[in-house]
Ligand binder design. Structure first.
Ligand code: AVI
Length: 320
């Protein structure tokens, strides 16, 4: 028949449905209140994140794409042989396409928390690169990784673009990088995109785009809580707030209660004062030196760093 056969293998760890409820409740009980940014990425949230990447103000995506395109041949040379290309948090798998022709990996292993999104993205990659084996895994990559679905022959290249590493606190980032160091194995490498410290005006604009896409992305978390946890809450009574915190070296995103109100989730009630916030995301920014040191503490050795002429974004290549 003319129906293309899917060649992807799909591994499903069924991450977090149970955790969502528990983590939201415990996060709202804390002071300051917080919810993990990993919960942004339901189907709608993943779509909104893609839309953020296309806004005028959000420079990281296009800057990193440019770096990948420009240096793909050099990256392939650094690997030196056919690799297994592993991508935690692969989302729409757009960026990996900039590497596949040069790298010619033996297999591509995307992993993401957003199941349908992952499945579609993995299928599209498999259709567009018929020579490539694709092993997709629906997992929460913030939990310890052991990759039972990964073939165990071949050098591993872990690809972690987009400055997703910035969404961990530095202490957690080090633990996570050590985890990636284990996953990389004896001969492995890490290709990682890291957003750089820069003029706060550029950062503030990037997280407050004029079309309001980032605001919708942040507020979608409340829609998700309302829908999936049957919460009594009105997302319209909160507003998006994002700013660069220079002391901490991070952009913070918050949801701010526009008035005093009480939310009900399950049998619990949460009273909010007017202007009280829920901290939903931190996005840490690093100088090249700061990040090289951080990865060094996790066991990685720097081989190469590429940055754009405006020093907005960095792409690091490490060996184990
Ligand atoms: C996925 N992550 C690296 C993005 C960031 O910039 O921290 C998520 C994001 N939040 C608001 N805009 C984009």
């Amino acid at each position: 028949s003319g129906i293309p056969q899917t060649r992807i293998r799909f591994y499903d760890e069924h991450p977090l449905m149970a955790d969502f409820f528990g983590e939201v409740l415990s996060g709202l009980q804390q002071r300051p209140r917080c919810i993990s940014p990993k919960f942004f990425y339901d189907e709608r949230g993943s779509e909104l994140f893609d839309a953020i990447c296309r806004t005028e103000e959000y420079y990281p995506t296009r800057t990193e794409q440019q770096l990948l395109q420009t240096h793909a041949a050099e990256i392939a040379e650094l690997i030196g042989e056919q690799c297994l290309l592993i991508e935690p948090g692969s989302g729409n798998s757009d960026k990996v396409r900039l590497l596949l022709d040069q790298l010619q990996p033996a297999a591509y292993l995307p992993m993401d928390i957003s199941r349908d999104f992952l499945f579609q993205a993995a299928e599209q990659v498999a259709n567009d690169y018929p020579w490539l084996d694709v092993y997709a895994a629906c997992v929460d990559f913030t939990a310890p990784l052991n990759l039972p679905w990964c073939p165990d022959d071949g050098r591993r290249l872990i690809f972690f673009p987009g400055s997703s590493i910035g969404n961990f606190d530095p202490g957690q980032a080090e633990v996570f990088l050590r985890n990636l160091h284990n996953v990389a194995g004896d001969q492995g490498s890490l290709l990682i995109g890291v957003d750089m410290k820069k003029d706060p005006a550029i950062l503030n604009a990037a997280y407050n785009d004029s079309e309001g896409v980032t605001a919708a992305f942040n507020l979608n978390l409340l829609h998700r809580i309302q829908r999936e946890l049957n919460a009594e809450l009105d997302p319209a009574l909160f507003r998006h707030h994002a700013f660069y915190n220079e002391d901490q070296g991070r952009v913070e995103m918050h949801l701010i209660s526009q008035r005093a109100q009480t939310l009900k989730i399950g049998d619990q009630q949460f009273h909010f004062d007017k202007d009280e916030s829920i901290h939903t995301e931190s996005s840490y920014k690093y100088t090249v030196e700061e990040f090289t040191d951080l990865a060094g503490r996790a066991g990685f050795t720097s081989r190469q760093v590429w940055t754009d002429p405006d020093q907005l974004f960095s792409l690091h290549y490490f060996d184990v």
